[in-house]
Design a protein around this ligand. Structure first.
Ligand code: GLU
Length: 298
């Protein structure tokens, strides 16, 4: 049996400047790829125009460059991938796995149960056979998705109960993150997805899509996320400080320490950091995931 070469990726959403939380995902995914002699790709997740902040895709690239990251191949931009998403959606429509949904946000809020990642749609439009000009949802099979996260261990999710039929195309014509990321990871041949644990609850939906489309399921490793002092996730929404392109080393050393790597005072320059960091990267030294409602552990 031939095993394909490791292929990882970092996939930031250009909704603002890169911050310490994004640096952890960038560094973790990059080092894990490098120590496995793998490729590491960069994808700009600008599929959702209202979330994109002008200029932040370019500033993300500049920051990664200033921090010494080197990615393989051309940068992938989701905004240029509409045709691939459309073709994939059409396959699911042809297979009868997608239906139109005309429920308003208000109806959704009032009628939904709360699952692992927000409201669970209870399928009110499933048998209405609406024209496919509305939002489109995947009819999720009654499957239990089980996967072995390289850090969180075995994770199980009764997807119909915990997530429900989820949206692939929004009523405003925007393809959703779940569809775009599944198509892109498959087309790039990604073998390892290393990203923040805030996305752990999305993984079963991506796996169910992979199964519906006949794609391979990559290995997953969800890294702990950096928190603010009040326990909320460090993010652009909570106004995390942007990374400083003119002084990358302190932030890189902090990110390395967060990921359990002991570089002491040995890395005095960016070049030394990138020489040492791959030698010190150990999955086993990563801090455990905690403080977040994980999916059911099997
Ligand atoms: N675009 C997502 C983010 O910036 C990451 C998606 C992924 O890694 O799958 O949070």
């Amino acid at each position: 049996m031939t095993r394909s070469r490791y292929r990882g990726r970092f996939a930031p959403t250009p909704s603002g400047a890169l911050h310490f939380g994004s640096l952890i995902a960038a560094l973790g995914s990059c080092l894990d790829a490098r120590v496995h002699a793998g490729f590491w790709h960069l994808r700009i997740e600008d599929v959702d125009p209202p979330r994109v902040v002008a200029g932040s895709a370019d500033s993300t690239l500049r920051t990664l460059d200033a921090f010494g990251f080197e990615w393989d191949g051309p940068v992938v931009y989701q905004r240029r991938r509409g045709e691939a998403y459309r073709a994939t959606l059409d396959r699911l429509i042809d297979a009868g796995q997608v239906y139109g949904c005309a429920c308003s946000r208000k109806t959704l809020r009032e009628r939904a149960r709360i699952g692992v990642d927000g409201p669970v749609y209870l399928g009110a439009c499933r048998d209405r056979h609406l024209p496919l000009k509305t939002a489109l949802r995947l009819h999720v099979p009654p499957t239990r998705i089980v996967f072995d996260d390289l850090l969180a261990g075995r994770v199980a999710c009764d997807i119909a109960h915990e997530c429900g039929d989820f949206v692939l195309l929004r009523a405003d014509g925007v393809f959703t993150y779940q569809l775009a990321v599944t198509v892109d990871d498959a087309e790039l041949g990604i073998t390892h997805v290393v990203r923040g644990a805030d996305l752990l609850a999305s993984t079963p939906r991506q796996i169910v899509l992979q199964q519906a489309l006949g794609y391979a399921t990559p290995a997953y490793m969800h890294l702990p996320v950096a928190l603010n002092d009040d326990g909320s996730k460090l993010s652009k929404q909570t106004l995390a400080a942007p990374l400083r392109d003119d002084d990358p080393l302190p932030a890189l050393l902090r990110a390395a320490a967060f990921l359990g790597m002991d570089l002491g005072c040995e890395a005095g320059s960016l070049a030394e950091f990138w020489q040492l960091a791959p030698q010190r990267w150990r999955r086993a030294a990563l801090p455990p995931l905690r403080g977040k409602r994980l999916l059911t552990r099997a």
